[in-house]
Design a protein around this ligand. Sequence first.
Ligand code: NDP
Length: 246
Amino acid sequence: MTGVKNKTAIVTGASSGIGEAIAMHLAEAGANIVLAARRKERLEEIALKIQQKHSVHIKAVETDVTNREKVEQLVAEAKDAFGSVDVFVNNAGVMLLSFLKNDHVDEWEKMVDVNIKGVLFGVHAALPTMLEQESGHIINVSSVAGHEVFPSSSVYSATKYAVRALSMGMEKELSKTGVRVTNISPGAVSTELTEHITDEEVIENFKNRKMTPLEPGDIARAVTYAVSQPDYVNVNEVIVRPSQAK
Ligand code: NDP
C-alpha cells in the first residue's frame, strides 16, 4: 500500500485537536475518512468542513473507545461503507495530569480505560481485517510522556509508555504480515487536552509555562509522512517536540 488515495482511514478522537487535523490531512492525501469520538455533533461539523475542502467520502461514527462493542461496531461500519480498513489511528486520549499525593484515583482509572484499553480495543477491532487483507497501517498516538516521566505525569506517562510498548510489540509481531505500525510521540500541542485537568497544583504550574507549542497539523504531517511511504518502509517511531521544549 503506497499512499492512502481511495483507502479507508479510521481516526479515533477525531472531534478535536490532533485527531481532527489527522483526518483533514489524510483526506487531503485522498483517503476516505471515518471520524470517531463521543461528540457526534462535533464530528458532523468536522465531516462537513473536510467535505468542503476535499472530494473524499466521510463518515462520522459516535464511538466511546472504552466500550469494546462500540469500537467493533466502528470498524464494521467503516468496512460496510468503504470496503476495507487500511489505516487505523488510535488517537483518542485524555491527559488528566495530577500529583499522586492528591489521589485523583477516578482520573487514573479513566486514563487507563481511554489511553490503554481504548488502544487495545482499536487493535482488537481493526487487526483481523488488516491481516486478512495482508495490508494495513496502525498508528498509535503516544507522547513524549511515553519516553520520560515528569512530576504529575506518573499515571499519564504509565499509559503512554504502555502505548509505546504495544507499538513496539506489534511492530515486531506483525512484520511480514503486510501490516505496518507507527508510534507517534508528540510534545506539547495546542489543543483542548489540558482543559480537563482538575489538579489545582498542576493548573497553577501550567500558568507559568512559557513555550510556543506545536499545532495539531504538525503531528498530522508526521502521520501523513508515515502512511505515504512505499510498502517496504515501516516508520516505527516519530517524536515531534516544540523546538523550545529543551
Ligand atoms: P483533545 O482533547 O483535543 O482531543 C482528544 C480526543 O480524544 C477528542 O476528540 C475526544 O473526543 C477523544 N476522546 C476522549 N475520550 C474518549 C473516549 N472515551 N472515546 C472516544 N474518544 C475519546 O487532545 P489532543 O488532540 O491533544 O489529544 C489527542 C492525542 O494526542 C491523545 O492521545 C493525547 O494523549 C495525545 N498527545 C497530545 C499532546 C498535546 O500536547 N496535546 C502531547 C502528546 C500526546 P470526545 O470528547 O468527543 O469523545
